[in-house]
Ligand binder design. Structure first.
Ligand SMILES: C[S@@+](CC[C@H](N)C(=O)[O-])C[C@H]1O[C@@H](n2cnc3c(N)ncnc32)[C@H](O)[C@@H]1O
Length: 294
């Protein structure tokens, strides 16, 4: 089924910049459907190893199946825990780390996860459904002011106050429990001009909620602060982000961290051919840094 396939973004560029070699240890912090991971594992095989992580237990299960033929270990954990996982495995450093942030096509396609606007199931949005409150509960509990702030800060939504007001009015009548219901409330809250956009008018609201539900920026900040501990001298870290809040954090840390040097100046963007083949690649930006050689 096309919808259950996750096509890896910027795969050739990731392989070029991480340049995995037989015998090396590489980590994939967001293994998802194992698209990048299989290609990384193939290149370090047979004597090397791939260490893969994901917060989503379903992704972990699938990645274990897809990576079974290769030397790989898959853990249910956040990429922010990478240094401690490596320590537990007695690995003093890896040659490369990849993060491919955000939602996978598999998560988007699952109506029970609440990631896509049309999902009729529960508005959950947790990568790890065993961790923290789901999005529908936050929508019930946040005050109108807090909600507006979340939408403005994490969604860069200029109609944040209007949307927050509409959510609060709706939840007084009936709690918003599905993604479909939320998308409808947002649509009705926006002025007519804002409903005619190229992207779905609820895109920013969904992005903001997802970031808050999963504490995405906190995990990313912790990872970026500590990633050099997980790398061998000269080892590389590659991060693919999909919106400017993530990309800004990556850029700042790569430029200011005393142990990292940016090896690709600026961002790598997908080619027009890749975007035509895989529209999800449209907003992808790759940055690569290296741990200073010892
Ligand atoms: C875009 S997908 C990765 C797709 C993968 N590169 C592939 O080619 O199949 C992002 C994945 O990151 C996971 N994720 C999000 N935040 C995470 C975190 N803090 N730690 C580990 N995994 C995370 C999501 O559950 C999702 O499976």
């Amino acid at each position: 089924m096309a919808s259950s396939q996750h096509v890896p973004v910027l795969l050739a560029e990731v392989l070029r910049h991480l340049d995995p070699q037989p015998g090396q240890i590489i980590a994939d912090g967001t293994v998802g459907g194992a698209g990048h991971a299989v290609e990384l594992a193939k290149r370090v095989a047979p004597s090397g190893r791939l260490i893969a992580l994901d917060r989503d237990p379903q992704a972990v299960k699938l990645a274990r199946e897809r990576l079974a033929p290769w030397p790989a270990q898959v853990f249910h954990a956040s990429y922010a825990q990478l240094p401690e996982i490596l320590q537990r495995l007695d690995i003093s450093g890896v040659h490369g780390v990849l993060l491919d942030l955000g939602v996978s096509s598999l998560q988007l396609a699952d109506p029970q996860r609440g990631f896509s606007f049309h999902a009729p199931g529960s508005l959950d949005m947790r990568y790890d459904p065993t961790c923290g409150p789901p999005a529908w509960q936050l929508l019930q509990e946040l005050s109108e002011r807090e909600l507006a702030e979340v939408l403005f800060r994490y969604g860069q939504e200029r109609y944040s106050r209007r949307i927050a007001r509409a959510v609060v009015a709706q939840r007084r009548r009936r709690p918003i429990r599905t993604a479909q219901e939320l998308a409808q409330v947002v649509l009705e809250a926006l002025p007519a001009s804002a409903r005619r956009q190229k992207i779905h008018p609820a895109t920013r609201t969904f992005q903001a909620l997802r970031i808050v539900v999963n504490r995405e920026l906190e995990h990313l900040e912790q990872f970026l602060r500590e990633v050099s501990e997980a790398l061998v001298p000269g080892g590389r870290v590659a991060v693919i982000s999909f919106h400017s809040l993530e990309d800004r954090l990556v850029k700042q840390q790569f430029r200011s961290h005393p142990e990292l040097v940016e090896v690709v100046r600026g961002v790598v963007r997908p080619s027009p051919e890749e975007v035509a083949r895989n529209p999800r690649a449209r907003s992808a930006r790759l940055r690569v840094a290296q741990k200073r050689p010892g």
